[in-house]
Write a protein that binds this ligand. Structure first.
Ligand code: FMN
Length: 196
């Protein structure tokens, strides 16, 4: 029997998850954090993956929900409405830490959550939703920036992303460390080291 093998990693797995959640909290709060602008991956309506940068607006560790904002006329919103499965990726080159998240998107368009997110948004952010042309519209020339955020609310959406699994990778010269955390719908959770 070797009790050390089972005891030490449990504490370290907890520390790995804490480091991942701290990074997401910093990302939501600090515009200098690399996790401020993760890559969101959705499933295109033709089944092909689509990736783009988004701003991480909030993270609640207790509910494992992240929040982003987007234009409800955007391709990504239609994609998440058709298939809510998403992935989110970020890498901090200073900490040498990669996070890969898989989860589900919940769309908030005209509810209290969307109202609260809109109210908390800066005017410069609101302005981006006041464009006449939906995102992705072909244009003969770059459009003028909207001068007034009025009308933006009708195009605005807050999207909650529920974290269902998290893959944590720390690059370390002494040996890379990687762990996977899962939260299943029936309430079961998993945490395990995996080969890097
Ligand atoms: C640094 C950065 C931050 C961005 N943040 C957001 C964002 O928070 N929400 C958003 O919808 N698009 C954001 N974008 C634009 C998206 O990357 C993307 O170009 C746009 O939303 C259209 O994506 P779609 O056609 O896949 O819907 C950001 C782009 C950059 C470069």
């Amino acid at each position: 029997m070797n009790s050390g093998i089972t005891q030490t990693p449990v504490a370290a797995l907890d520390a790995a998850l804490a480091a991942a959640f701290d990074a997401l909290l910093r990302g939501a709060a600090d515009h200098r954090s690399p996790f401020r602008t993760p890559t969101l991956v959705t499933i295109g309506t033709d089944g092909a993956p689509e990736a783009r940068t988004v701003v991480l607006r909030a993270f609640d560790p207790a509910s494992r929900r992240l929040q982003i904002h987007t234009d409800r006329r955007s391709a990504k919103l239609a994609q998440m409405a058709a298939d809510p499965r998403i992935a989110l990726h970020g890498y901090d080159p200073t900490a040498r830490m990669q996070l890969r998240i898989a989860g589900r998107a919940m769309l908030h368009l005209d509810d209290a959550a969307a109202d609260a997110a809109w109210s908390a948004s800066r005017e410069t952010s609101r302005m981006t939703y006041a464009t006449d042309d939906p995102p992705g519209t072909p244009l003969p020339a770059p459009p003028a920036a909207p001068g007034d955020p009025i009308g933006g609310r009708a195009h605005f959406a807050a999207v909650a992303l529920r974290v269902d699994s998290l893959d944590w990778l720390l690059l370390d010269p002494a040996g890379h460390r990687r762990a996977r955390f899962t939260w299943l719908a029936d309430g079961t959770t998993g945490a395990t080291w995996i080969a890097a």
